[in-house]
Write a protein that binds this ligand. Structure first.
Ligand code: TXA
Ligand code: MG
Length: 348
């Protein structure tokens, strides 16, 4: 049985205590962060962490992020260089996750047998209060494996009711894309996953970071940057087509063929749509905020397919494009002919 608890200013303390008790007792709790919902368990309890893998249908070789709420907790789970620790005091809480050498206290199931662990200090008052009360929480994104991450509580309940002990019902999250992950065990530091914390900000606040071309999100490459990234990710159930060239996108959405497609685009491009378009947002932050939500709108729509445009890869747009590419069934690159879409549809 899953208990669904709506949180508000009046019941806040009681709810947090109840959820922390569930975590300490070896249970699982779905909770909001500023990026996406997480599915958490006591990071020091292997049996509890095992429940996360079962609830999500997650492959055992995909490690979990450990969530902390103060710097002392960091020292309980990982090793960090002094100067980076000093910098992080000013940067955390925020959606920047660090890959560090792990301490023995972190069970193998959390790190999937690796000698490293991802550490995240989330910037969300509910998450922070919960971790303060329970201690470090291991939590992946709350979605069932391969599905889009969950950014609202209605979806959390739909997807996870019956699979976890508690779901905290706290509405929509702030960013809508996951945290940025950097590998701090190598120099220069290396981007492992683009996310809500921008590369530009990392370079200003911490220093140079190596960005592998894979971070842009093309192809389900076998040489994944993190274990999780070799799996299909973030995908709606319906086939999504990305048309990177803006003119080709406009041409496509104004064609007859587009009537079978839910069109996901900017307000500006919506005027080219023959039918009604789903406007993702007015700026890139709004687009990030709505992206995973609208993938699920696509799944419940009466359209057979989805088609989406590309956005500039600056700031959070870098993470947005990474997620769109990974979620896409087919990418029409600038040099590609749009007939490729027809071909795929005819083969299906
Ligand atoms: O915003 C977020 O980071 C959310 C919220 C809930 O905090 N969490 C999240 O977790 O996105 P998850 O498990 O969905 O993604 C974590 C990624 C996976 O690709 C995983 O393979 C990678 O981090 N990862 C975790 N530990 C790692 C390790 N020790 N070495 C390499 N990659 C690791
Ligand atoms: Mg995930």
């Amino acid at each position: 049985m899953t208990e669904i608890i709506r949180i508000n200013t009046d019941n806040n303390k009681d709810v947090i205590k109840k959820c922390a008790d569930a975590i300490k007792g070896g249970g699982t709790v779905v909770f909001p962060t500023e990026t996406v919902y997480g599915l958490g368990a006591d990071a020091f309890n292997p049996e509890a962490c095992k429940k996360i893998f079962i609830a999500k249908n997650r492959p055992a070789d995909n490690p979990l992020i450990v969530h902390i709420s103060n710097m002392a907790m960091l020292d309980d789970v990982a090793y960090i260089e002094d100067d980076l620790r000093e910098k992080m005091k000013h940067i955390w809480p925020s959606p920047l996750t660090l890959l560090l050498k792990k301490k023995k206290s972190v069970p193998d199931i959390v790190s999937a047998g690796l000698d490293t662990v991802c550490i995240r200090f989330p910037d969300n008052p509910i998450a922070l209060a919960l971790i303060d009360e329970s201690g470090p929480i291991a939590a992946p994104s709350a979605n069932i494996s391969t599905r889009p991450s969950i950014v609202d509580s209605v979806t959390a309940i739909k997807e996870l009711n019956g699979r976890v002990d508690i779901i905290i019902d706290a509405g929509r999250v702030k960013y809508g894309v996951e945290s940025t992950i950097i590998d701090c065990t190598v120099k220069p530091y290396r981007l492992l996953r683009a996310g809500a914390f921008t590369v530009e900000d990392i370079e200003t606040m911490i220093g140079p970071v190596y960005v592998d071309p894979l971070a842009r999100g093309y192809s389900q490459s076998k040489v994944a940057l993190t274990p999780g990234l070799k799996y299909r990710h973030y995908a709606p159930s319906k086939k999504l087509f990305l048309i990177e060239d803006e003119n080709k996108f406009r041409e496509f959405i104004s064609s007859d063929l587009a009537s079978n497609f839910l069109i996901l685009c900017s307000e500006e491009n919506s005027q080219y749509a023959r039918g009604k378009a789903l406007i993702l947002g007015r700026d890139i932050y709004e687009i990030a905020h709505n992206l995973f939500y609208d993938f699920r709108v696509l799944d419940s729509s009466d359209k057979k397919y989805g088609v989406i445009q590309s956005f500039p890869e600056e700031g959070i747009g870098f993470a947005v494009m990474n997620r769109i590419r990974k979620a896409s069934f087919l990418i029409i690159k600038d040099k590609d002919n749009i007939d490729k879409i027809n071909k795929v549809l005819n083969e299906a």
